[in-house]
Design a protein around this ligand. Structure first.
Ligand SMILES: [Zn+2]
Length: 145
């Protein structure tokens, strides 16, 4: 997964012009790289709750670029997040294992209130016994749209 965050950073690094260190003195370059890595990590470990990863990352890093580079920043982010999402769809377990030794678990909560420990299906993050929750979620999304 780090190949995607590094690719975004490498492509955008020459355009980081404004030096806007944060309160702890972290440079703009480091902040951009950190934001890219955080976005990819969240995508790999929590993608079912990460609704708009490209837009989120763009808003996180855009202040480090001049107006003239904003369009390129957005295009680069959209491009590599798209590649990362395709990679994730095909290798969800490998991508997850890049960031944590914990196995992925089902997104559902059991009747006793604890997190379901069963292995989820990659496409929606629920184990076979909790697939009905994915259907409910899908219907709610349709109703909201
Ligand atoms: Zn479950």
């Amino acid at each position: 997964m780090y190949q995607f965050s590094r690719a975004i950073y490498r492509e955008l690094a020459p355009y980081i012009t404004e030096s806007r260190p944060d309160a702890r003195g972290t440079s703009s370059h480091k902040q951009v790289l950190d934001a890219c890595e955080a976005a990819l990590e969240r995508l790999a470990t929590d993608r079912h709750y990460f609704a708009k990863p490209a837009r989120t990352l763009f808003y996180d890093i855009r202040t480090h670029f001049p107006m003239s580079a904003q369009k390129r920043v957005l295009q680069t982010v959209v491009h590599y997040i798209g590649l990362a999402q395709r990679f994730l769809a095909e290798n969800p377990l490998a991508a997850h294992a890049t960031f944590t030794d914990e196995p992925p678990t089902c997104r559902a909560t059991t009747r006793k209130g604890s997190v379901c420990q069963r292995v989820p299906l990659p496409h929606n993050g629920y184990c076979p016994s909790h697939q009905h929750l994915a259907d409910t979620e899908h219907n709610e999304r349709l109703a909201a749209a």
